[in-house]
Design a protein around this ligand. Structure first.
Ligand code: CDP
Length: 234
């Protein structure tokens, strides 16, 4: 029986449809914005499309650089065609500057640069508890070898994106991405990489162009995302 057209939820902000064949999925980005920490959830029209467009652009850049992702193509209108991969229950979070939970939970001044960058890995479970190597292996989430590759990949993605953003006079403060195994067992980038899951500041004014605009009611979120899109694409 064909599974085409069946749906399942992927977090709060995306829905997955089965694609034309069993190796592909269509990821639909919803106009749904939420912050677990600040207990906020809103529908903000236009965020789905711009997240999909920015994420598609970033995936294209990563692919050009030889970093494999699940991206196949942007179908526009907030839909992305992707390869079906076996996702790890992990959220991989490189941090280049101190912000958010880092400042709330540790004695560090907002905006402090981390050189080398910090890598935090959370579990996609319950309220996303932070993991360490032993937890990841003991819980059977990834093998030691896979974990080494995930960390290497995280640094490759972070190095590339940080430099790319800096060329556009943007500071990539921190971001979250997800990883999965493709049919060859290779570890590749999945899900989305967009301002919904990152902090980006203008290099000179430190103005945010990410979900902090929503978290702290600092203006029009769609405008902020579109400004980021414009800056990245010139
Ligand atoms: O946002 P905060 O610093 O409090 O939490 P974090 O888990 O330390 O997140 C660091 C970065 O990853 C931020 O840019 C978050 O937006 C992003 N993140 C995300 O998009 N989704 C998650 N489930 C966790 C983190």
């Amino acid at each position: 029986m064909s599974k085409k057209g069946l749906l399942f939820n992927c977090g709060k902000s995306k829905v997955m449809h089965f694609g034309e064949d069993e190796n592909t999925l269509v990821m639909s980005f919803l106009d749904s914005v939420s912050s677990y920490t600040y207990n906020k959830h809103e529908r903000i029209v236009g965020t789905g499309v711009v997240r999909c467009d920015i994420s598609s652009f970033i995936f294209e850049k990563l692919e050009e650089k030889g970093i494999k992702t699940h991206f196949i193509k942007n179908l526009n209108n907030g839909k992305m065609l992707v390869k079906k991969i076996d996702m790890f229950k992990l959220e991989v979070i490189p941090r280049n500057y101190a912000a958010g939970s880092m400042v709330r939970n540790y004695p560090v001044i907002h905006g402090t640069r981390f050189d080398p960058p910090i890598l935090k890995i959370d579990m996609k479970y319950s309220n996303d508890p932070m993991l360490n190597d032993d937890y990841i292996v003991a819980l059977g989430i990834a093998t030691k070898k896979e974990l080494e590759r995930i960390k290497e990949l995280a640094h490759e993605v972070n190095n590339f994106l940080s430099s790319f953003f800096l060329e556009k006079e943007l500071l990539l403060v921190d971001f979250k991405f997800e990883v999965g195994r493709n049919e060859k067992g290779e570890i590749i980038v999945g899900d989305e990489i967009s301002p919904d899951g990152m902090r980006v500041w203008d290099r000179n004014t430190y103005v945010s162009m990410d979900k902090d605009v929503f978290r702290f009611g600092k203006g029009d979120l769609v405008e902020a995302y579109k400004e980021l899109q414009k800056r990245l694409m010139v």
